[in-house]
Each structure stands twice: as structure tokens, then as C-alpha cells.
Design a protein around this ligand. Structure first.
Ligand code: B12
Ligand code: SF4
Ligand code: SF4
Length: 351
């Protein structure tokens, strides 16, 4: 087998599937495994117990695919053509990655096609496809494959493209021609640390997930700590603030690819995710929520978690006009967590 030629073919095919970033890395213990272990020790993962449970596998890819030799790592741009951010605090902001269809499915299907292409050349090869959910330190692997370097906001940043891209990978027991780890850095910039409304970036490269709006609105199942609620603003699902302020995400004439809109049609924003009225989201029943967010990342929050988030955002709007809707929803709400957030929002709107 001609490894360099096959590696070139795989890269070309992955690019043709729409992955803007493609790299190959040898499968080795992650270079930053100790950072990850220390992060867990400090409890920064909060209620994401699955990260601690799978820590040994994350730090040793041989446990994930015994005999693994190579990883094909891909990045898919999700930057929308229009910013979802609105200053109108009666309207909601969704994180960019959640405006359209679920990336797990979109990227999973593309990676499946890529694996079939590889199997035409190596019919016997063993492989595992992962997008986000597998026991893999994806940023470490992507760094090694040359896709980007670590920003102080902890995002993997590509100097030419910025950080609005998602990661996925195929682990394989075959050899490929490897890329060099990415090289780059933030220099003296600290914009993300200063801009984070909840002070979740507790030191450069270290994020306390328990304070991060992304964690609070997506991963946390219970009550959002009261002292953090007012800092969430009108973000109802995820947060991009530490990316929005990053110079590497600002389009420049010498770097037109930075934040260039995605070419993936399934990532196109749905009407319901582009600055919808908070009150309309609150009035959405469970069936309507399921229909609106079918195949969307937002379904991860579940209806109750989403209502909790919307209640917080309405409270932050301090809009007395929202009181009738809040009071009406409170009458029929049975979930204690949602009820408590509705009551908090009512208090805020009465102030
Ligand atoms: C848990 C998790 C979260 C948690 C914790 C995030 C975090 N920063 O740790 C929460 C829920 C908060 C979260 C939020 C988001 N997430 Co998330 N998340 C994950 C997940 C599942 C695991 C990450 C993890 O292991 N964290 C623990 C830390 C310690 O590890 P790490 O993030 O890999 O960081 C590495 C480096 O920072 C490095 N390191 C640590 N210290 C130091 C110090 C120095 C000096 C250096 C050089 C390096 C270094 O070592 C670490 C180990 O590899 C990954 C998918 C995966 N399987 O890896 C997605 C992933 C990281 N998330 C992703 C995304 C898109 C997001 C959000 C943008 C979503 C949103 N808009 O709301 C935000 C961004 C918040 C942020 N600033 O990170 C993408 C990131 C893509 C990219 N370009 O970086 C991933 C890769 C999912 C994917 N498949 O695309 N996420
Ligand atoms: S995603 Fe938002 S809350 Fe989380 S670290 Fe970035 S700016 Fe802070
Ligand atoms: S905002 Fe500045 S410090 Fe933060 S990741 Fe971007 S370049 Fe690095």
C-alpha cells in the first residue's frame, strides 16, 4: 500500500464531503492528559460525571480501540451567515452550533461515508467513529492532527479559520501519513477572560464548567445557582461570548475564511432559533417544543430544562409586560425546578 498516496486520497475525499479541516494524527496517549486529570480533580466538570467515569479511556485511546494506530480528525464549520445575537432582551439568543440540525448526526453521516471510502482501500481495517460523545479528548487529538491550537478560552483555534468549527474523528488500526501538531497562540490577548459574564475562565486555558453558561443551560439538570442567573442575559441555549470577542473569529481582508458562513445546508438557522420572542418560547407546549427542535441540539436540554432557561432570560429582561405569561405558566407548571425559576422571573419583572 502506498501510504502517502492513500492519505492524500482520504484527505481529498473528506474535503469533498464538506469538512473544511482534515488532519491525520498517530494514536498516542494525549499530550494534555495531565491537564484533564487535574481539571477533574478540581471538580470543574460539575455534574458531568461521565467525564470522570471515562477518564481512563480518554487518557488511553488503546482502551477505546485496541490496536488503534491513526486518527483521521475533521472539523466542520458552523458559522451562520447572520449573527444570532440580539440586543433586544425580550428575545432569545441561541448558540451558533445549535441554530440548525444536530451536528452529531450531520457529522456522523459524513464520517460514515468517509469510512466506507477508506474501507474500499482497506476492507479489513478496524475503526471507530466519534463526534463529541465518545470517550476521546477531541481537542487534544485535533491539535495533534494540526487542526488548531488551544486558546485561553479553551477553544481549539485555527489561525486561518477561527474557532467556529466542530470536531469528529475516525480511529483506525492502519497507518497514515501524519500531520504536524498545530502551532499558534493568543499572545497577550485576554479578551475572552475579560468578556466572560460569569468569570468561568478561571485562568488562561482553564474553564470552570460549573460557571459556564453553556453548562448551566445545557448540561445542568437542576436549579441554576441564583447568583449566576442575572449573568446569563438572554442566552437560552449555550453561549458563544468568549468566541465572539476573539480576534481569530473576526473576518479580515487577509483572512477571509475567518467566520465565513458554513456551506452545510443542514446547519442553516431555523426560524425558531433566530431571535424568537422569549414569551413565545415560554408558551410553547411540550409537543410544540418537540416538533420545533426535532433533530436539533436543543432537544438535549429537554422541554423542562429549556423552560427553566427561558424563565431565567425573561427574569433578566425585567419586562413587566411578560408578567401575565409568567403567571399563567406558573398556574399549570408541576415541575418544582421550573416553578422556582418562574417565581424568580416574576420577582425580577416586578422590581
Ligand atoms: C465537556 C465539554 C464541554 C463542557 C466543558 C468545556 C471545557 N472547556 O472543558 C461545557 C458544557 C462547558 C462545554 C461548552 C462548550 N462546548 Co464543549 N465539549 C465538551 C467535551 C464533551 C469534553 C471536553 C473536555 O474534556 N473538557 C475538559 C478539558 C480539560 O479538556 P479540553 O476542553 O479538551 O481541553 C484541552 C486543552 O484545554 C488542554 N489544556 C488544558 N490546560 C491547558 C493549559 C495549556 C497551557 C495548554 C497549552 C493546553 C491546556 O488540555 C485539555 C485536554 O485535551 C468536548 C468533546 C470531547 N469529547 O472532547 C466538547 C467540545 C470541546 N465542545 C465544543 C463546543 C463547540 C462547545 C461550546 C462552544 C458550545 C456552546 N456554544 O455553548 C462551549 C464552549 C465553552 C468553552 N469555552 O469551552 C467543541 C469544541 C470545538 C473547538 N473548536 O474547540 C467540542 C470539541 C465538541 C465537538 N465535537 O466539536 N463543553
Ligand atoms: S461559553 Fe460563555 S460562559 Fe462559557 S466560558 Fe465562554 S463566555 Fe464564559
Ligand atoms: S480572545 Fe484572545 S485570549 Fe481569548 S482565545 Fe481569542 S486570542 Fe486567545
Amino acid at each position: 500500500m502506498n501510504v502517502p498516496a492513500i492519505s492524500r486520497q482520504i484527505r481529498a475525499f473528506a474535503l469533498s464531503l464538506g469538512f473544511e479541516l482534515v488532519g491525520f494524527a498517530p494514536v498516542l496517549p494525549p499530550a494534555h492528559a495531565l491537564f484533564f486529570r487535574k481539571w477533574l480533580e478540581q471538580g470543574f466538570h460539575g455534574e458531568m460525571a461521565y467525564l470522570a467515569r471515562t477518564a481512563d479511556a480518554r487518557c488511553d485511546p488503546q482502551r477505546v480501540l485496541p490496536g488503534a494506530r491513526s486518527a483521521v480528525v475533521v472539523g466542520l464549520n458552523y458559522a451562520p451567515a447572520v449573527s444570532p445575537v440580539t440586543e433586544d432582551n425580550a428575545r432569545a439568543v441561541f448558540a451558533r452550533y445549535a441554530l440548525g440540525d444536530d451536528y452529531h448526526e450531520v457529522m456522523g453521516q459524513k464520517l460514515q461515508c468517509l469510512l466506507e471510502f477508506i474501507r474500499q482501500r482497506y476492507p479489513e481495517c478496524r475503526a471507530k467513529i466519534y463526534v463529541d460523545a465518545g470517550p476521546v479528548l477531541e481537542r487534544d487529538l485535533a491539535w495533534r492532527a494540526g487542526l488548531g491550537w488551544f486558546g485561553k478560552n479553551t477553544m481549539l483555534i485555527n489561525t486561518l479559520r477561527g474557532s467556529y468549527f466542530l470536531l469528529g474523528e475516525i480511529l483506525l488500526d492502519i497507518e497514515l501519513e501524519y500531520d504536524h501538531p498545530a502551532f499558534g497562540g493568543c499572545g497577550r490577548c485576554n479578551r475572552c477572560i475579560e468578556a466572560c459574564p460569569t468569570e468561568a475562565i478561571v485562568a488562561p486555558y482553564v474553564l470552570d464548567a460549573r460557571r459556564c453558561i453553556s453548562y448551566l443551560t445545557i448540561e445542568l439538570k437542576g436549579s441554576i445557582p441564583e447568583e449566576l442567573r442575572s449573568k446569563i442575559g438572554n442566552r437560552v441555549f449555550g453561549c458563544d461570548i468568549c468566541q465572539e470577542v476573539c480576534p481569530f473569529n473576526q473576518p479580515r481582508s487577509h483572512s477571509p475564511l475567518r467566520s465565513a458562513p458554513t456551506g452545510e445546508p443542514r446547519f442553516a438557522p431555523r426560524e425558531v432559533t433566530l431571535a424568537p420572542k422569549l414569551v413565545d418560547l415560554l408558551r410553547m407546549g411540550e409537543e410544540a417544543f418537540r416538533a420545533a427542535f426535532r433533530n436539533s441540539p436543543v432537544k438535549r436540554a429537554k422541554w423542562r430544562g429549556f423552560r427553566r432557561n427561558v424563565a431565567v432570560a425573561i427574569g433578566n429582561s425585567k419586562e413587566p409586560d411578560a408578567l401575565p405569561a409568567l403567571q399563567q405558566e406558573l398556574l399549570s407548571e408541576t415541575d418544582t425546578v421550573v416553578r422556582e425559576h418562574l417565581e424568580w422571573a416574576i420577582e425580577q419583572c416586578r422590581l
